[in-house]
Design a protein around this ligand. Structure first.
Ligand code: NDP
Length: 242
């Protein structure tokens, strides 16, 4: 029987590409989303991938949502923590809500989603956790103190949990995308994108969501069993992590 994969924020952008790539690779995929019904329904209609709505910033909602997925498909063997948001602003203008919302989804979401599946993975002696962090968690980005802090936290989470999972054949890895052409990035004014961002990317273009999805498919596979606690930087040469 093919493995079950759960992708948070799996209906749009990078997450949608991940859901589709894992399906093509033979996984049974469940795609979570937060509330954009129109996009989620359209994704479901186009791909046939089942969709499940809950908010990853709520632990109780994650427990309930994962229970629904597992009742339908069986235990989650591959978890892709992809859901993420931005609430940008310079720090002196940043509100407590901007801070809390970004930490809630982008960092607490990893605990909320991973904790409920962890014991089962330990019991079954197999698991793959793949966390989508960001180049801006590696290097810090002005105007994104909240987002950079959360995404850097995701990397600490990955490295620590990898050590706990290793003896149980559970790998925990992170991917740090650079700028990928999703709605999140297309929301940046075109002039800023062309003059300030693309000029900083040595390959001279934005990344494609499918390029991140292919990294996920590899990390989920049996071929990647010796890779844990690692970070794949997929950023067109924009930043080299030490
Ligand atoms: P999008 O904004 O295109 O899609 C975000 C997805 O996450 C949507 O499916 C959304 O659901 C879901 N989501 C948001 N908040 C929650 C929540 N609280 N609970 C459940 N689902 C939620 O994002 P991207 O595809 O651009 O980004 C995906 C990931 O990649 C994020 O973690 C982002 O930080 C990271 N990343 C993106 C980069 C980029 O250049 N795009 C660069 C580096 C990292 P809904 O549709 O219902 O709102």
């Amino acid at each position: 029987m093919s493995r079950v994969a759960l992708v948070t924020g799996g209906t749009r952008g990078i997450g949608a590409a991940i859901s589709v790539a894992l399906t093509k690779a033979g996984y049974r995929v469940a795609a979570n989303y937060a509330g954009n019904e129109e996009k989620a329904q359209a994704f479901n209609k186009e791909t046939g991938i089942p969709i499940f709505k809950w908010d990853v910033s709520s632990y109780d909602a994650c427990v309930e949502g994962i229970a629904k997925v597992e009742a339908e498909f069986g235990p989650v063997e591959v978890l892709v923590n992809n859901a993420g948001i931005t609430r940008d602003g310079m720090f002196h203008k940043m509100t407590p809500d901007q801070w809390t919302e970004v930490i809630g989804t982008n960092l607490n979401g990893l605990f909320n989603m991973t904790h409920p599946v962890w014991s089962g993975m330990r019991d079954r002696n197999f698991g793959r956790i793949i966390n989508i962090s960001s180049i801006n968690g590696q290097r810090g980005q002005m105007g994104q103190v909240n987002y950079s802090a959360a995404k850097a936290g995701d990397l600490g989470f990955t490295k620590a949990l990898a050590q706990e999972g290793a003896a149980k054949n559970i790998t925990v890895n992170a991917i740090c995308p650079g700028y990928i052409g999703t709605e999140m990035v297309r929301a940046i004014p075109e002039k800023v994108l062309a003059e300030k961002i693309i000029t900083q990317i040595p390959v001279g273009r934005l990344g494609e969501p499918e390029e991140i999805a292919r990294c996920v498919v590899f990390l989920a596979s049996d071929d990647a069993g010796f890779i844990t606690g690692s970070t794949i930087s997929a950023n067109g040469g924009q930043f080299f992590a030490g």
